[in-house]
Design a protein around this ligand. Structure first.
Ligand code: PMP
Length: 437
């Protein structure tokens, strides 16, 4: 009888435990590379986070929220966003977009931009709906679309070699308008736009955004606009919000992140801004999943934005100072990579930089029939043998396209001078060993 009982138990256990929606999306590049970096790296330019502190005014606001008189800041706040935060976000983005925003219906706070993205896909994508994703893309878009039952449709940014042997810029990576148009159809529900783009640092120009906007209007398509790097633009470039283009406000959700905006990725405060006709559905997903976000962190971010609204456009503004500092760090890493022959693609925005590893191929030879793209093996070899962590560009392409651009790696330069110098030392030493083996 015991035997029969164990048989019937086994039969029950053999049922698949995993929901079908999880099929094929169990691998995650960050889980793998963060672990490798933790084990082997002495200098980590892999995952995107600053190793310098957030500004004092923000940290002080958090401390005040935690230790001040208002003990209600330790309790739940409004589910769709702490009132002071949605109010200041409505004011701030209202100013940027040149329209009146209602804090209660045009803004929703999330657990980082990640949850904002998740809410969008769950709220808008039905079984079989197509979602256009521009490659290379922040990797979670693809599994999130699939988890919602949708079909990702990929369109690549195509690089054009610069003339006169100049270094390539992220602006040299462009969409082919005809190719983009060919991806739109009656089945298209949404397009994901990420400008400034992670990993390339491309800042889409007004002309490029207009091409996308015209197609969205023509095919009645929504735009999920991931703008987490909106303040990180360089060389006087302007970040243009696609929601401000004709016909786009009503069909766009803007996504932002205090993690990137205030160099505090661990706080996981994000937001969505958009028309009520879209945001009300994000609220439905939010109220049935996360529901509340951390109150004290929202209070501190609200105070950060209040300060920034007062100082808007002034030299003391963090939104002016941070990109200025990051531009120097970018230039530093560009020089350092260029000097050793790991050709950098100069980013117009974000705190990432993609570099060409072709000249280092003799150190990590290709395995022609390997399932793993070359850049991924290279990045693993580099962290294990040189102690320098970076992320392979192929991680930002869908499965079928991973080998299209497989000789680039991405570095994060939101790092202290000492970290960047240590990276430079590793690269210089490596170069010397290559030249005089
Ligand atoms: N979108 C992009 C393009 C990102 O690079 C990131 C973070 N790496 C996120 C969204 C997620 O942001 P958060 O940490 O606020 O969830």
């Amino acid at each position: 009888q015991t035997h029969l009982l164990s048989l019937s138990l086994q039969a029950k256990m053999s049922r698949p435990v995993q929901a079908r929606r999880l099929e094929g999306i169990d691998k995650n590049i960050w889980v793998e590379f963060v672990k490798l970096a933790a084990t082997y790296s002495t200098v980590n330019l892999g995952q995107g986070f600053p190793d310098f502190p957030p500004p004092d005014f923000l940290k002080e606001a958090f401390v005040r929220a935690l230790s001040g008189e208002n003990h209600m800041l330790h309790q739940y706040t409004r589910a769709f966003g702490h009132p002071p935060l949605v109010k200041i976000l409505a004011q701030f983005f209202g100013k940027l977009l040149g329209r009146d925003l209602d804090p209660m219906t045009n803004v929703m706070v999330t657990v980082g931009a990640y949850q904002a993205l998740f809410c969008c896909f769950q709220a808008f994508v039905d079984d079989g709906d197509e979602v256009i994703i521009i490659e290379p893309f922040f990797d979670c878009y693809e599994p999130m679309v699939k988890m919602a039952g949708g079909m990702p449709v990929f369109v690549p940014l195509r690089p054009k070699a610069p003339k006169d042997g100049k270094l390539m810029s992220s602006a040299d990576w462009q969409l082919d308008p005809a190719e983009l148009a060919s991806k739109f159809s009656d089945r298209t529900k949404a397009i994901v736009l990420n400008s400034p783009n992670n990993p390339l640092g491309k800042v889409f120009s007004r002309g490029e955004l207009e091409v996308i906007a015209d197609l969205c209007v023509k095919y009645d398509v929504l735009c999920i606009s991931d703008e987490v790097y909106e303040w990180l633009v360089y060389d006087g470039k302007e970040h243009i919000r696609i929601a401000s283009l004709q016909g786009m406000w009503d069909r766009t959700v803007i996504i932002g992140s205090a993690g990137k905006t205030f160099s505090a990725t661990g706080w996981k405060v994000g937001w969505t801004v958009g028309p009520n006709r879209l945001l009300q559905h994000l609220c439905t997903v939010h109220q049935n999943s996360v529901y509340h976000c951390a109150t004290a962190a929202q209070e501190a971010v609200a105070q950060g934005f209040q300060r920034e609204l007062k100082l808007y456009g002034k030299p003391e503004s963090y939104f002016i100072q941070l990109p200025k500092e990051l531009q120097q760090k970018r230039d530093w890493l560009v020089q350092s990579l260029d000097a050793v022959g790991m050709k950098p693609i100069i980013p117009e925005g974000t705190y990432f930089l993609v570099a060409d590893i072709s000249e280092f191929k003799s150190d990590v030879p290709d395995v022609p029939d390997s399932d793993e793209p070359y850049d991924s093996r290279f990045a693993k070899w580099m962290v294990k043998n040189k102690g320098l962590a970076a992320i392979p560009l192929s991680a930002f392409y869908c499965g079928a396209h991973k080998n299209n651009y497989n000789h680039f790696i991405r570095f994060c330069f939101a790092k202290e001078e000492a970290t960047l110098k240590a990276a430079n030392d590793i690269l210089q030493k490596w170069k010397r060993e290559k030249t005089n083996p």
